[in-house]
Design a protein around this ligand. Sequence first.
Ligand code: GUN
Length: 293
Amino acid sequence: MATVIDGKAVAQTIRSEITDEVRLLSEKYGKVPGLAVVIVGNRQDSESYVRTKRKACADLGIKNFDIDLPEQISEAEVIKHVHQLNADPNVHGILVQLPLPKHINEEKVLTEISLEKDVDGFHPLNIGKLAMKGRDPLFVPCTPKACLELLSRSGVSIKGKRAVVVGRSNIVGLPVSLLLLKADATVTIAHSHTSQPEDIIREADIVIAAARQAKMIKGSWIKPGAAVIDVGTNSVDDPTRKAGYRLVGDVDFEEASKVAGWITPVPGGVGPMTVTMLLKNTLESAKRSIEQN
Ligand code: GUN
């Protein structure tokens, strides 16, 4: 049976380290890290993610700057808000929750976020530096950073290993494959046009599942002893639950946990770590800004 990686426990450890550092900053400089979370519209999933992020900030002593904008707002207005946040010295991180409504060009908005405050790591320059040998971005995107942190804290080495990333989104699949490459893995990306992904996944020492397909990856697809990081958060109907649904990953946990060496559960695996990496990026940004001035 696989070792189940307890993302919640690891996240708790890191959060208490962050809380201590926030307190130290406040004692030494009289300043606390500030994070602006911008949400446009009323998507239920986005509202839930944003609530989680804002609560986590408050719990750790990081100051929230809540920007809630209506669905119909123009692109120019959203960019105006971003510029105001860029200019506010108390804001050390700016996160624009994705996806944005269809009439707003995501790339245009993300490019306007000051590089020094891009705690999501989605600015094209930060992604570009992530992709290049010998260069380092100011911020690494949170979910990819969470995946690597979970591997490292579980004692899974990456150098020279075969890693397969399932999914190629800008938020997870692409940046996590770049991070694995930087960590000297041999990386393959499988995606919706890959034929027989199971044949590729079976060769992987490390599997990162970010396909947004409930239980797509079966136990028989996993190489015995592999490390499996499941980024999927798919809601499936479950009439036995009060909410009427439950969350499942991209991996069939019941099957895969009998074959893998390590595996993350859903929920309680990558999710709590992603938010923690956002808090860590915000703290790092605040330290860079406060200690420089
Ligand atoms: N939407 C889904 N995941 C994310 C994330 O990590 N950051 C932002 N900004 N939007 C998201």
